[in-house]
Design a protein around this ligand. Structure first.
Ligand code: SF4
Length: 266
């Protein structure tokens, strides 16, 4: 990849690269490599150390939290870093613990972060969804409201979502994920699962493929709840993969949550 970027950039070819990683292998890259290769990166932690290290282990059983944190601190000096905190369950406690941790580490205001539920369709690896997006937003809101009441108006735990024209670009013909063996997929959690392939880099996209059609033909307005929903402009009908799998949309927010988010953003 370093060779390809070094080849393309002097020729004026613009490459935007965003790395999604747990950061454990980043020590293999020099500071210069990271600056050259990545416009931005998202590093993932599963809550705080006591939980993260029970689910994110090396083969020898040791946890990876400390290694990921070290790379978050290092890489944030080299490129834009976003931390995604996966929430598996008990979101109220997780959000409070994570915010305390960020405060102890003096990272608030220096690093962007967000909380996200572990779901089957977002590629987090869980087959069983123990927490919803709505529950995670609720936990963030509770803590943000508590901080505001205590006089802290600057810490943003969950920002007011902005209107957007689509929730996900998976329905675009041009949206393609390339697997490591060259197989093409539509949605990134499908990568590595040949049954979800929609073609190959040598043969192109098979536009008749079942999965290509399912994603490209997805339309949240097929769900009458979305057609009549006043927060559709900020929700967009939720994840297309979920809608395809379960034949209905999954709400990301409630109207009451949007009202509370507006109040918190004032
Ligand atoms: S909140 Fe629910 S009903 Fe409203 S747009 Fe989102 S998925 Fe559809």
């Amino acid at each position: 990849m370093i060779e390809r970027v070094s080849f393309a950039v002097p020729k004026g070819i613009q490459i935007n690269s965003h790395l999604l990683s747990n950061g454990v292998k980043l020590p293999h890259l020099s500071d210069l490599d990271i600056k050259t290769l990545f416009n931005s990166m998202q590093l993932t932690l599963d809550g705080i150390e006591e939980f993260h290290d029970t689910v994110r282990m090396r083969h020898d059983g040791t946890g990876t939290f400390a290694a990921t944190l070290e790379q978050i601190k290092r890489c944030s000096k080299l490129t834009k870093v976003l931390i995604r905190f996966n929430v598996h369950s008990d979101s109220d406690t997780v959000v409070v613990k994570v915010m305390n941790f960020l405060r102890e580490q003096n990272l608030i205001g220096k690093i962007n972060f967000y909380f996200s539920p572990i779901t089957e369709e977002n590629g987090s690896g869980c087959q069983y969804e123990c927490i919803s997006h709505v529950e995670v937003v609720d936990a963030c809101l509770k803590e943000q409201e508590r901080l505001r009441q205590a006089g802290d108006l600057s810490t943003k735990i969950y920002s007011l979502p902005l209107p957007k024209c689509r929730e996900c670009s998976v329905d675009l013909d041009s949206h393609i994920v390339i697997g490591e063996d060259g197989t093409l997929f539509k949605c990134f959690p499908d990568a590595g699962r040949p049954e979800f392939g929609v073609g190959h880099i040598y043969t192109g996209i098979d536009k008749t493929s079942l999965h290509d059609r399912a994603y490209c033909d997805d339309d949240p307005f097929k769900d009458s709840r979305c057609r009549n929903c006043s927060i559709f402009p900020v929700c967009g009908g939720g994840c297309p993969k979920y809608r395809i799998n379960y034949k209905e949309s999954k709400c990301k927010y409630t109207i009451e949550q949007i009202r509370r988010l507006v109040l918190c953003s004032l």
